[in-house]
Write a protein that binds this ligand. Structure first.
Ligand code: CIZ
Ligand code: SF4
Length: 319
């Protein structure tokens, strides 16, 4: 619509005027991902978003995603201004892992190396030995396991148990879950496979084990996009937030992509998987954040320095 076009032009102007760059997650709306691409920003998973933001010379990073992604950007780039379209966009993993309860859990298990998923608050990261994203989690845990370390893992229990099954590492798991991926149903995926028997199944490991068991490929968002290109199959059933279809379809324009069902009683996608917090990022509030310099992320300096250490370990880790 014409309104959106005007908004897009305004945002492009504001980005230039503010020497700002837009960094967007794969799960944000198509219009935002497209804008990030057109303006020299990036569309990526949270690890690549963090790396891109830290390297980029802009004074201001506009992070379209959820709160922990803005915080991570600020922790890595304290000299930059970090703005988000809304500060209300959180994540069920972050919400489900309050820093005080998490610290008590760690204190009760002092013999374990604390590894947390990137989807956590700065305060939880500050208590950790390592931060990982799903792109790098298996490699880091294998590395720690080889050193004989026992792991305390938080917050996503599905991702944690997936890594445990892959590596055989001794992992104590926090009881958290992603409200989006948790909804995928093995029965629905099986029914869809029944209709398209040739299709490959691609699954993000935040999904429940019965769904992961049906996967031809299990991996992070970036890994799933890569797999979509490499797999010989022409039809792909994809169990992750539907936002990923923007970049995945670009990567494989000739393949047919199906959203994995979130209902177990049929093969069609009745209530497609889309993160309500990612969906809060829109052209309007993005323009507003730039216009009024609102939605600024601030992280207490002492906390920032503590959270930086486990983050740097991740960024410096080479499998
Ligand atoms: O589910 C998420 O929030 C993901 C996949 C984050 C990430 O690491 O990109
Ligand atoms: Fe959190 Fe899940 Fe939303 Fe990702 S998709 S931000 S893990 S609630």
């Amino acid at each position: 619509p014409a309104e959106d076009e005007a908004r897009v032009e305004e945002i492009k102007r504001l980005l230039e005027d503010n020497n700002a760059v837009l960094v967007a997650h794969y799960y944000t709306d198509d219009a935002i991902q497209q804008l990030a691409e057109e303006t020299g920003g990036c569309v990526a998973d949270s690890l690549e978003m963090a790396r891109f933001g830290a390297r980029h010379p802009a004074d201001t990073l506009v992070v379209a995603g959820v709160r922990f992604m803005g915080e991570t950007a600020k922790i890595l780039s304290p000299e930059k201004r970090v703005l988000m379209p809304t500060l209300e966009a959180t994540c069920s993993l972050d919400v489900g892992c309050p820093a005080d309860e998490f610290a008590a859990f760690c204190d009760a298990h002092p013999d374990r190396t604390v590894v947390v998923y990137a989807n956590t608050s700065a305060a939880v990261k500050a208590r950790a030995d390592w931060v990982v994203t799903s792109s790098i989690a298996v490699d880091v845990i294998e590395h720690l396991q080889a050193r004989g370390e026992k792991i305390l893992w938080a917050p996503d229990k599905h991702l944690g148990s997936y890594i445990q099954r892959r590596t055989g590492a001794d992992m104590l798991l926090w009881d958290g879950a992603c409200i989006v991926h948790e909804e995928f149903k093995a029965k629905g995926v099986e029914d869809l496979k029944g209709l398209y028997p040739e299709a490959a199944v691609l699954v993000h490991p935040e999904s429940p084990e019965p769904v992961v068991e049906l996967a031809d490929v299990t991996g992070s968002t970036s890994q799933l996009i890569k797999a979509a290109k490499e797999l010989p199959q022409q039809e792909l059933i994809v169990a992750t937030d539907r936002g990923i279809f923007f970049k995945m379809q670009q990567a494989v324009p000739d393949k047919t992509l199906f959203e994995a069902p979130t209902a177990g009683d049929g093969a069609t996608c009745k209530s497609c998987a889309h993160c309500p917090w990612m969906a809060m990022n829109a052209l309007d509030n993005l323009a507003g954040a730039l216009r009024h310099a609102s939605g600024e992320i601030r992280v207490d300096e002492a906390l920032r320095l503590r959270a930086l250490k486990p983050l740097e370990r991740m960024l410096n880790f080479n499998a």
